[in-house]
Design a protein around this ligand. Sequence first.
Ligand code: TPP
Ligand code: MG
Length: 573
Amino acid sequence: MSGGTPGANSVSGAVARFLVARGVERVFGLCGGHIMPIWIEADRAGIQIIDVRDERAALHMAQAHAEITGELGVALVTAGPGVTNAVTGIANAHVARAPVLVISGTPPRPQEFRGALQGLDHVAMVQGITRYARTVRERGLVLGELDAACARALGHGGTPGPAYIDFPTDLLREALPAALEQEELMRPKPRPVLMPAAGDVERAAALIWGAKRPLVIAGRGARGCAAELSGLLERSGALYLDTTEARGLVGDDHPSLVNAMRGQVMREADLVITLGRKLDFQLAYGSPAVFENAAFLRIADNFEELADNRRGEVEILADPQEALIAILKQAGNAKPKTDRGWAGATRAKHEERVAKMAASLAGAAPGADGRMHPLTLLGALRDTLDEEAIVIADGGDILSFARVALSPRTYLDPGALGCLGVGVPFGIAAALARPKTQVAVITGDGSFGFNAIDIDTARRHGAGVVFIVANNAAWNIEVYDQEVTYDACVGTKLADCDYAGLARALGLHGERVEDAAELPQALKRAFANAPALVDVAVTGEAVSSDSKAGLAWVPDLQPLAAWDEAERAWRGG
Ligand SMILES: Cc1ncc(C[n+]2csc(CCOP(=O)(O)OP(=O)(O)O)c2C)c(N)n1
Ligand SMILES: [Mg+2]
């Protein structure tokens, strides 16, 4: 068949039906001839297509959709540059361990290896950043491969993350005999549950109930076990660090939460329990130079979150929820040895610091340039947001300020990849997934630029998100690093652009705010007219904690200067 529509009985029709059978209601993509048969059939099957302006944005949206809903996120991108543009987003989902299915096309089989339009070896390009990457050239294998790709993306038997699959366009147009559309391949697979081994549970309970200063650190793999986690904290009296991956599992008012005391509790804890959390750079790689006194208990349903960087006295390869249920049962009514004085005093200091931060929002002085302090902006934003609001932060300094000044239940940011540019697409996908919830994107002006054009996608698809640009006319965290480390200023300043004007040109509500007194009303108007953008002039003179900690400078042994020094001393030079 050349040209024309492939029809429902084609391979592409079966791909669309597969997605519907897997509960996919929305895909994020950018069209192109190589994938058009799927695009058309997906639309006919009732799947909403969120068409974006750059494939990278589609991948970021699919990731945010997955993170917010807990379901598979799906991106549909065309061959060649469609895939190369998508690579950054695939990499980010890879590092975040987010379940994303990426579907693309390749040139028709008769043109393979002939220098075809948009012909590239996609599979080779994405291999290192996917759980699965294959080209399917035989119609009888299409549904089985999609089934496998979904299982790998969702982390059945391993770590979740992106799975990549593509099909030659001529294959998509082929008819698929009804016999090959097997029900067993279409129906969703329940997530397999890994049960903990009894001996591990016994040893884990003994460790926790024998510890004096236990600390729980939860990550991605702990999502979904809020009740069991609370049970553990309450029964053991352990302290708790919320890494952004597991935001919202434990409320701000919980007596175990001590985020503001991170450095101290990492040093003082005698037992660290990681729950579905990698010991990556944000946790000093679990180094004994930083966790000076701790043994580790590691719980995860996949190897990456179980055993990276630091061995556990006990390592439980099991579903974290099942592991916690079993540990609590094992402990019974045993009395923990936790030093309640230590826990209480640490929590009290945490509360003091949080209160101090809240007070500093109101009183933060503007810069000598007359522009407001970023904390002034964040204070006004905090007052505008309701309890359920979803916040996305993106940037350098502004991200650092936002992480401590705001405390939303649902929060996303560039994560461990440090992938600037996620803000705009994350916000759009969040607003589409949760249309009744306030969604705010607080982004640096530099970070905003990467996917700025996609605010047009928010408008076209009615995503009620508010973009707030903290405009300091610079890649500011880098400005500070250049000044301090190199005594230089090169390629780090931006123009004081009129981003509100850009938003208005694209049909969104847009306002520029230079006077802090006008912020509350401007933010209110923005939420009332979302999608909207508020461009706020902030000073670049405010030094963020990430700046001070040396994150931008990239020390040799550890991500932060203090940890780097501790590691050097511990190694003995
Ligand atoms: C894609 C990407 N490019 C570059 C960087 C390095 N980088 C980290 S923070 C930063 C500056 C961000 O500037 P902006 O978004 O304006 O935030 P500000 O620091 O000014 O608040 C840069 C360039 C990165 N992390 N990711
Ligand atoms: Mg900036």
